[in-house]
Design a binder for this molecule. Structure first.
Ligand code: KG4
Ligand code: ZN
Length: 364
């Protein structure tokens, strides 16, 4: 069974053809990262417009590359939430138009269900039940996958998503957008034990997350270091002025407010270690308490090399089976929506022409 899948919830316009929910015949992704880089983050209005510009071409390419025609498709699947409303609407509109014109069933898919289902593509042998840590720019959820299409969210973030914290910290240390991959790369040159950043836990909800504390701790650390440097520079300048009053130097240092002298690689590595520690320990606690020995990773942050190896190690220690998709299936794509849509379709899910974008769609 072939499904055409469409994804446009954030800043990637994507379409894919997936066979039987596991085999990817095509997976076309038009990324808008270069555009949003200019603004340091995703600008919703621009995202919507860019989706409109390329969506038809992306869908055409997905069909051409798959070697199949629209007529070969059993149904059209599309992400209808959560995400940016204007961005989602472009995919939903395109899917509805195609489904109507070709007289095919329309299946709305939850974006997080898509991220989780990327694991079905990467691992033929994976079957529920398992626990999946979904960490992306918009979400940080610990999900118990009871069966295909049956989810229980057992942990969620109380403030920032993990990817959001990566992006904000990256900006604070002068790396561009998106910050996750840049912190990942810089952290390789740093010492993860150099600075002790907080590992937050929420009283009464042991699987939940909070990343705003670690983000603030990084900002406070940077400010404190800048102050120390300013005091040091002022002292040096005063000494220099006393020795050479004719070339008073102090004005040169008075505004020293940059990152020079701060070991950014240590900051990146230490921040990353704090986030990874929490993600891994909460996942392991859930697995132990629920008696589940299969763990999966999903979402853009699942590309993180430190998270991938820490989770792999923690699972190996406990003899749990560990699954993670390749990076290209971790960040937003439509193949994962086809994998999730397959099980929704088998369950009998069909949406009408009134399908709307739901920016805060709940899972489960
Ligand atoms: O899943 P995704 O493509 O979009 C959302 O659904 O949000 O995730 C994007 C997020 C961004 O915050 C990005 O910085 C983060 O995933 N990310 C990473 C890495 N690669 C992408 N975070 C940490 N390390 C990485 N290597
Ligand atoms: Zn996503």
């Amino acid at each position: 069974m072939y499904l055409l899948a469409i994804e446009s919830s954030c800043d990637e316009t994507a379409a894919a053809v997936v066979e039987d929910g596991r085999r990817v015949l095509s997976n076309i992704i038009a990324s808008q990262i270069e555009t949003h880089k200019l603004y340091g983050g995703v600008v919703p209005e621009i995202a919507s417009r860019k989706h409109i510009e390329v969506i038809n071409q992306v869908i055409d390419e997905a069909l051409t590359e798959s070697g199949k025609s629209l007529d070969d498709m059993e149904a059209i699947c599309v992400t209808y939430g959560p995400g940016l409303v204007g961005a989602l609407l472009v995919g939903v509109g395109a899917a509805k138009a195609l489904a109507y014109a070709a007289d095919k069933p329309l299946v709305g898919v939850h974006h997080i269900e898509g991220h989780i289902s990327a694991n079905y593509i990467a691992h033929e042998e994976l079957e529920p039940p398992f626990i999946c840590l979904v960490a992306s720019g918009g979400h940080s959820n610990l999900v118990l996958v009871r069966d295909y299409g049956e989810y229980e969210v057992i942990g969620r973030t109380h403030d920032d998503a993990a990817g959001e914290a990566f992006d904000k910290v990256a900006r604070a240390i002068g790396l561009g957008y998106p910050g996750g991959p840049k912190i990942d790369a810089l952290a390789k040159e740093g010492d993860p034990t150099a600075i002790e950043f907080p590992r937050a836990s929420i009283e009464g909800s042991v699987y939940d997350f909070s990343f705003s504390g670690v983000k603030s701790a990084v900002l406070n650390y940077l400010n404190a270091e800048r102050m120390k440097q300013k005091v040091r520079a002022d002292q040096e300048a005063r000494t220099a002025d006393e020795v050479h009053p004719e070339s008073a130097m102090s004005y040169k240092y008075a505004g020293a407010d940059d990152l020079a002298g701060i070991n950014r690689a240590d900051v990146a590595a230490s921040f990353q270690a704090a986030v990874v520690d929490v993600l891994v320990s909460h996942t392991m606690l859930a697995a132990e308490n629920l008696g589940i020995d299969k763990i999966a990773l999903a979402g853009g942050v699942a590309c993180n090399s430190a998270l991938r190896s820490a989770m792999e190690e923690a699972c190996a220690e406990r003899k749990y089976r560990f699954f993670m998709p390749p990076p290209i299936l971790c960040t937003d794509n439509a193949a994962m929506i086809g994998a999730a849509g397959y099980h929704e379709y088998l369950k009998g899910v069909r949406h009408g022409w009134d399908l709307n974008a739901v920016p805060d769609l709940k899972l489960g």
